[in-house]
Design a protein around this ligand. Structure first.
Ligand code: SF4
Length: 241
């Protein structure tokens, strides 16, 4: 069984396969030429990372209650976002989640003056949280057959700011105990290579990237189209710079 219910309503996924290919890590590091010394270092670190890393996810199957055009309650917790409210308008179920690379690999320290090794480690940690994100998407589809799934993460654009991490985390209770992820006063997650968000059924294929202004994002899934925010009753000026 791949999931465990750890406390009332919170489901933990902690047997997440993590087998990054050294070639893929090198590509993500943009190492253009095959330099034997770097190749060997990446291979060695990838092997070590596979032994150490324990990417994890917690999520809930949550009850959605539409409040108005700019707020929605999820398991009784109020969220403020016109886009989220509209996306969840006709749904009674959503899946809040926290995904992380895990504390084990986050504790791995490399010498501060070994820049390439440090860069490699950060890249591998990105792969680890990526494995957790891919895993939950497949798990939700297989377990709940919701049809097409979309998601939103707090802080991707101005209508759902990073401050909404706080209510999202409150849905789970003691996240440090449950999954080893904490929220700082500035709403950043520790480990940094973690992601929180809400998955929901959406047959239109909603992608939050269309409202996210981040340039040259390697993970972009949709073209930036801030003018479409008007469809959600949001003024473009509320988009983050
Ligand atoms: S463009 Fe990149 S940073 Fe922005 S929402 Fe999409 S994946 Fe996330």
């Amino acid at each position: 069984m791949e999931s465990t219910t750890v406390t009332t309503g919170v489901i933990l996924l902690d047997r997440i396969p993590f087998k990054p290919e050294p070639e893929a890590v090198m590509k993500a590091m943009r190492v253009r030429r095959a330099i034997a010394q770097i190749e060997d270092m990446v291979k060695e670190m990838v092997t070590q990372a596979q032994a150490i890393a324990r990417p994890r996810v917690i999520y809930r199957v949550s009850h959605v209650q539409h409040v108005d055009e700019s707020s929605v309650d999820i398991d009784g917790v109020r969220f403020t976002s016109r886009v989220l409210s509209k996306c969840l308008l006709n749904l009674n179920r959503a899946f809040p989640c926290i995904c992380t690379c895990g504390r084990e690999i986050d504790k791995w320290v490399v010498p501060a003056n070994d820049v390439m090794r440090g860069y490699c480690l950060e890249t591998i940690k990105t792969f680890a949280v990526g494995a957790a994100i891919q895993f939950i998407a497949s798990h939700l589809k297989e377990t709940y057959a919701p049809g097409q799934l979309s998601h939103m993460n707090p802080g991707e654009f101005g209508d759902w700011p990073i401050t909404q991490q706080r209510p999202l985390f409150s849905i789970f209770g003691d996240t440090e105990k449950l999954i080893g992820v904490t929220l700082t006063d500035s709403y950043m997650m520790k480990p940094l290579k973690s992601r929180s968000g809400i998955y929901f059924a959406n047959e239109e294929g909603f992608e939050s990237c269309q409202f996210c202004p981040v340039k040259k994002c390697p993970g972009r899934r949709a073209r930036y189209q801030p003018e479409k925010l008007k469809d959600y009753g949001v003024q473009e000026t509320t988009v983050q710079a």
